[in-house]
Design a protein around this ligand. Structure first.
Ligand SMILES: Nc1ncnc2c1ncn2[C@@H]1O[C@H](COP(=O)(O)OP(=O)(O)OP(=O)(O)O)[C@@H](O)[C@H]1O
Length: 296
């Protein structure tokens, strides 16, 4: 696979499995992530998100095929790290350092890093070049981290729960900076998060993991055309249930049901269609066990 070919997948996995002893963290995953996408990696605690991201950057091994930027992260990690940006869930910056010192440090470490770009990105934030990391709030540190990482000219960014612990305003400004300043239609970013509702409008694609298995890998456009939600009167509940919805729930005070595909016409006639949210779908596909998806 040629890493410079624009039509190639930036990440591709075939039958990729990652085990810690007997625990299977990534269970026979097969998928492709093309260029120019904003991919949300969703899953409950322990679903395997961090493990998959670590495998993508060569911090964990695994069996089966995994290629990132055309490279094998296990055996070509040094080369790979020149071409991707990664913020792990436990990312820390040295507390003693001043911001301008970090910029100098990054310039020395990363040939693709642009100091000018980092300074320009920081102008969007309230972080000053002379500030010490230890004097910054959690939200400011995260903005600084993103500015430093986004100043590296790569095609793939991997962010593991980047806004954990931030308030809603800080989360919003983090994602604004990411989308405005880094995503350009060519680059791809993969973001793991539990803030499903908040991130939905940013995403082009969603990958859902449940106990290590990929239960959904779909673009938001496909999601809209494939899944149908129906709001209905309580009296119609039994008829709706017989049509095997993925999930029955409440939506704005009304009974609702979520279907994979078009429900039968007689069921549709009992309610009003609406667009299911990503959260509804997430609950439907990952909750246990009484309302698991019906067999195909
Ligand atoms: N170093 C490790 N050794 C043993 N088991 C591990 C290790 N790291 C993760 N696991 C296990 O692998 C599974 C997947 O963990 P992982 O951290 O990838 O999930 P996650 O989706 O990122 O969870 P969270 O949302 O809580 O961060 C879990 O059952 C976890 O206990």
């Amino acid at each position: 696979m040629n890493a410079n070919n624009n039509t190639e997948a930036l990440v591709s996995a075939r039958d990729f499995t990652l085990r810690y002893g007997r625990k299977v963290a990534c269970d026979h995953l097969s998928f492709q992530i093309p260029k120019g996408r904003v991919v949300g990696l969703l899953g409950h605690n322990g679903a395997g998100k961090t493990s998959l991201m670590k495998a993508m950057v060569g911090l964990q091994g695994g069996e089966g095929e995994l290629r990132v930027l055309g490279l094998d992260p296990r055996s070509q990690r040094t080369e790979l790290l020149k071409g991707l940006s990664y913020i792990p869930d436990v990312a820390v910056l040295p507390r003693w350092a001043r911001v301008h010192e970090l910029i100098t440090l990054m310039s020395g470490l990363q040939p693709q890093f642009s100091s000018e770009r980092a300074r320009a990105l920081l102008k969007r934030t309230s972080v000053g070049l002379n500030d010490k990391v230890k004097a910054l709030s959690k939200g400011m540190v995260t903005q600084l981290h993103l500015a430093l990482v986004a100043a590296i000219d790569t095609r793939l960014m991997i962010l593991d729960e980047p806004t954990l612990g931030l308030d809603v305003i800080s989360r919003k400004s983090f994602y604004e900076m990411l989308i405005d300043e880094w995503c350009d239609g060519e680059r791809t970013v993969v973001i793991s998060t539990h803030q499903v509702e908040e991130i939905e409008s940013l995403l082009s694609d969603v990958m859902m993991l449940d106990e290590g298995k990929l239960v959904l890998n779909i673009s938001l456009e496909e999601m809209d055309s494939r899944f149908v939600a129906l709001a209905h009167d309580p009296a119609a509940a039994d008829t709706v249930a017989r049509a095997h919805p993925l999930l029955r729930y409440r939506q704005q005070g009304r009974s609702a049901a979520l279907f994979d595909g078009e429900p039968p016409a007689d069921v549709q006639a009992l309610g009003q269609r609406f667009r299911p949210s990503l959260v509804d779908l997430f609950v439907a596909l990952t909750r246990k066990p009484e309302l698991q998806p019906r067999e195909a």
